[in-house]
Design a protein around this ligand. Structure first.
Ligand code: AMP
Length: 190
């Protein structure tokens, strides 16, 4: 079982590369952003709570995120080949909770793959995505807040996973296929 955390700032290509990883390696996929957007679309209580944070470029509280995660993970059953965690963890408490949740099931994170993309490029990609997808949080003001949150709350996870001995850095700027080749090499070596 290969559980992979695909990591990076908003706009670093986590979703795009996850799709390729699912297709090539038959992995399951949890995107916490997608889970929250679907709750918002369905107008659930969770969706209403999430909307306030998302439209403000802020993170949903850890306890709430963590409580959703185990349910989605368990929905894949026990025999899966591994799960890609996309957009989770985003804080150190979330990383600790993920480690604990997996270890309670006799599982673990096999690799954290960081897609490293310069800030200027992230901004360009997110503004473009906002024009194409109409995502309510892909506007310039909210993007700036999300990048700020990434630097202050999420980027410290790079060091956290380095200490766990499973951090892999990948240059996330350039050809999609080259980036995916680099990711594949990490997964194949696990
Ligand atoms: P994403 O699609 O991963 O960029 O997530 C969009 C938004 O959903 C984020 O800006 C957060 O407001 C919220 N969100 C997604 N994943 C998490 C998480 N793991 N912890 C807290 N908030 C999250």
């Amino acid at each position: 079982m290969k559980n992979i955390v695909i990591f990076g700032a908003p706009g670093s290509g986590k979703g795009t590369q996850s799709d390729k990883m699912i297709a090539k390696f038959g992995l399951e996929h949890i995107s916490t952003g997608d889970v929250l957007r679907s709750e918002m679309k369905n107008g659930t209580e969770l969706g209403k709570t999430a909307k306030g944070y998302i439209d403000n470029g802020q993170l949903i509280p850890d306890e709430l995120m963590v409580s959703i995660l185990a349910g989605v993970y368990d929905s894949f059953g026990k025999e899966h080949k591994g799960v890609i965690f996309d957009g989770f963890p985003r804080t150190i408490p979330q990383a600790e909770a993920l480690k604990q949740m997996l270890s309670e099931r006799g599982h673990q994170v096999s690799a954290m793959i960081e897609l490293d993309v310069p800030e200027e490029e992230l901004m360009k990609r997110l503004v473009l995505r906002g024009q194409q997808s109409g995502r309510s949080d892909d506007n310039e003001e909210t993007i700036k807040k999300r990048l700020g949150v990434y630097h202050s709350q999420t980027a410290p996870l790079i060091e956290w996973y380095r200490r766990e001995g499973i951090h892999h850095h990948i240059d996330g700027l350039g050809e999609l296929d080259r980036i995916f080749g680099d990711i594949s090499a990490v997964i194949e070596a696990l």
